[in-house]
Design a protein around this ligand. Sequence first.
Ligand code: BGC
Length: 812
Amino acid sequence: MAAFLSSVIAGSALLSAVTAQNFDGGASSDEGFSWVQPKNTTILGEYGHSPAVYPSPNITGVGGWEAALEKAKAWVAQLTLEEKADMVTGQAGPCVGNIVAIPRLNFSGLCLHDGPLAIRVADYTSVFSAGVSAGATWDRAIMYERGVAMAEEFKAKGAHVILGPVAGPLGRSGYAGRNWEGFSSDPYLSGVAMEETINGHQDTGVQATAKHWIGNEQEVQRNPTYDRNITTVKTSNAISSNLDDRTMHELYMWPFANAARAKAASFMCSYQRINGSYGCQNSASQNGLLKTELGFQGYIMSDWGATHSGVASIEAGLDMNMPGGLGTYGMNFGIPSFFGGNITIGVNNGSITRLDDMVIRIMTPYFWLNQDKDYPSVDESSADLNTFSPRSSWTRNYTFTGTKSRDVRGNHAELIRRHGAAGSVLLKNEHKALPLKAPKNIAVFGNDAGDPVTGLLNQADYEFGTLAAGGGSGTGQFSYLFTPLRAIQDRAIQDKAVVQHWLNNTYITTVKDWNNVWLPTVPDVCIVLLKTWAAEGADRKHLSVDYDGDKVVKSVARDCNNTVVVTHSPGINTLDWADHPNVTAILAAHFPGQESGHSLVDVLYGEVNPSGHLPYTIAMNGSDYNAPPTTAINTTGFDDWQSYFDEKLEIDYRYFDAHNITVRYEFGFGLSYTTFNASEIEASPLESNISALPADLPIEQGGNPALWEALYNVTISVSNTGDVAGAAVPQLYVGLPSSAPKGTPIRQLRGFEKVHLEAGETKSVGFELMRRDLSYWDVVRQQWVIPEGEFTFWVGFSSRDLVAEKKVTVVS
Ligand code: BGC
């Protein structure tokens, strides 16, 4: 934790001193955004220029929140100005984010907790599989089930708000340090996962937070730099993610639109700047894209320390300031909040005009999810574990009721074990090396196999011990961690096998001849476990495995002709030994969570037939990837940290396909212990006349509802052609007609299903294509448009294993 905190503090906003008069002055301070290219204006560079978008839209409750809105309005009407200021300002307290109680109204406050794979600041809780593992399942049911189970734990601990799930970073670059917290670098897959996860969380009664809105694609310079001696003075602004309007809509906004459609209670605005303007005071992204175009009805909370102004942020759409300025940042530096007391000053002097809307937006999802009725109390154990705002930093009183240190894990270990296995991707399996057939002589290698020897906090990289989650705010506090070595030993004992192990990578790489080391002969199977660390606050330095893992593989495979390699990793590993003839199998096990060893053994021994598929592309070399993070600049200007998303729509497979680049394992790839085939495609329109433009319907949560209407039905039959049961993932890719604007990707994922099939079984699978799936974002018309001409639909088992193709004309 300490390392994480120091990185947050070092890289983060040390808030500027605030008085009422140095609020940023409202609308005019918005620095612009290339969201709309206004007519008849000079285009400023490639990224254009946009007008500020004001005023911030008021909540209307549209789309099912109407009754909750009325309750929220009536409730807010009873508040004093000071109480309203409290409702929008975080305070130091037991949770990662705290909105204090108003006892006279029976309101016990709001407890906000990280994060996307576990309730982190808590005890007796589970660590679930990471987002990247959930993405790799390509299984809607698992995404939802995981969302429900996580929320059960948050709720039982008294947390009202989950600070997850993550769709930003999306994964513009495989080097970005936080990609694993999210699901996939493909917006469609990420969007489905966002929707399922949010539904799971909120069906359980806990508010979800879609984060980080938007363009948060790297960690380096995500926050401004401050003068070391005068901590309130910035010496450099944070990096600016500069992207054009089409890229914004078709890639980065896409999964967040699903989140809005799923009625996520909250969105978290991001640290970095977007086309020059800080994420939490960018009126175009917050008032424009989110609250107007996507019809978002909930509240925007700041990332921790991402607020850089008062009035300007509020008028640009920010509703809640976190952690509020009185937590670590404020206490350590004696700085009050931009919100808090300054809210009352701003309302009294007329510079803040939308305070009621802010509080109503915060309370509407609360009433919608019935959090006013019998919600569990905050578990006091969080207060003891919260190093972010320790008790000594609290300026408000908290009372605790209910049992302390509640065990909220229930039967979740069972599903975590399943989810970990389902998120593992079998990349290579020569000579049917897997599943293992009760081998008698097993050797295990690598520093990722055994127990971590320096505790289970998971906040700093460690040499010895298995890795089952990344670090930073998105990690979990393990209550136990079932290691690969232990699970292999447990399983091998049943077969009366020998299990030898070597866990020191340095030692392994120095062995000249394993035949002098292992006993008595070459093992039946050599299982090599490799790991790769990633955490918030830093981007990855390379895409290979850590701790000389490549050399470890080569050392073992030199002498063992049945080497099975398993990686625990945040995503892309380049695997330069993949074609080594003695490497018979490769399993990308991602970050499976606390049941890691069990999940692995289930796949290795065939209890589970692997059905995970890559949610990203593995290229031949790290240097093959485009769009790397901006890790350094040569100049010292205040605004010089700029990241230009010049690759536009060409990220991951869209890039490799456009340039016909050979890759090692393509997006969507994954093997099974059985084989599958798919029939011809049948495609039929669901409407007789399909127009190019969507009907101009009133905006609902998720945007124009016409975009979500199913227009086309695509069906195929999928058969299990092997001799064991398994699950196929047929994937539907769509290529737009040549009339679509330049830069349109060759093909894009627009449907997938997980299909369980007995040996020899055939099932029909249907995909519904919605209007958005068939459209591009027209920057001039500011509209999703279905292009005229011939579409290509492909169905396959990866983005390059396309087994069926059909051409159709969609627009009548
Ligand atoms: C992260 C957020 C997280 C917050 C609270 C920030 O550093 O970016 O994702 O929810 O801290 O821990």
